[in-house]
Design a protein around this ligand. Sequence first.
Ligand SMILES: [Zn+2]
Length: 435
Amino acid sequence: MKRRPFHTMLFLFVAASMAVVVTTPLPAAAGADVSAVRFWTAPDHTRVVVDLTSEPSYSTRVLTDPDRVVVLVLDGGIGVAQVATPVGDGLVDRVRLNQLQSGTQVVVDLKTASAHSVFALKPYLNKPNRIVIDIFDSERPGAAPAARPEDAEESRPYVVIIDPGHGGEDPGTLGNGELVEKDVVLDISRTFAALLESRGGYDVRLTRDGDYFVRLAKRKEIAGKCKGDIFISIHANSAPNKRADGSEIFYVSPRGASDQAARELADRENAADLVGGVSPDAGVDVLSILVDLKMSDSVQKSSDLAGLVRDELGKAKAGDCAIKQAGFLVLKSLAMPSILVEVGFLTNSSDVKKLKRPAYRQSYAECLAAAVDRYFDRYTPVVVQHGGTHKVALGETLWTIARRYDITIGDLRSMNGLDVSATIQVDQVLTVTRS
Ligand SMILES: [Zn+2]
């Protein structure tokens, strides 16, 4: 049985000439004070997050002249010194807080009238109650917001797959002979995993947790079985040029390797199965699946994750860090956002000196963990409990939708009467839960 697409109510495309009022009823709670205002600029939207001291009752209005989205947090106060947050990213000018008798107004000043989505999130991990205001760039293709089931969101542990490269009979690179890749990467991976685990709210899986060989296909299988939200492969680099140093972060790109060195590195890391005693399997298959399923959503997220890691490494002054694109087998067929981090060159004496220090490896792992925190701040996975339908957004596939609602493609097809050859269209409404 198909359900009414209630989410059509959710998104408001602003008619420039008129003001529209939408009220979102939530359980009343006294005095949700604003404790912080944060924002992120994504290619197709800007996300404003308002931290609150308790669960809010709020209403949303859209006003024109100038265009703005106004969220009134009933009975709320302002617990921050700075009442105006400049944004200026071409979509949002700034976010202002006004104290009214009835509560706190959060005013998002827009550049022009834009589609928006406002929803509340309950506390999770170190995050308090929040109101999220997404402003979508209607100019750009794909900017139409993906539908969000209205009352259906609940946080769940974030599943992080950490993949220490090589192991056992495959040592990885031996560099200048002082450090062995498989040992360095296992140590950093374990510390990284422990850091995330200690925060709570993360479900962390290591693809190997000891000195043994795991073939590439097995690593991917582990990631898929655990339904990872993200996959981070940890390796160490080598180069004929002993002066090459610093970190390199790779993600898979539909365009292929970004330079010759990246291509050669991919060849070298891909040879792990040969070294480990398994013939490389199904490379071509893997590629076609990749292009079909992974590209739309995951590439952007992988690229963002890479950027966050570089940013954290930069803050920790962990040396140069380049982001590159290449075709690593271990990343290729993964349907989740994934990166491969080369933590340094074992052929470079200064990198080796750093990586030999436990304190450096610890701080490297801390950078990775901080980047993962920020990633999930940006891309909070949600569990859909009562959602009944999903409106197809640009770039989505049956596969990404099925994964989002934790159902199989077969289920999705049968619930919607789609045969194997059926295609889906943008804005098509699909049933996503069994009735
Ligand atoms: Zn490696």
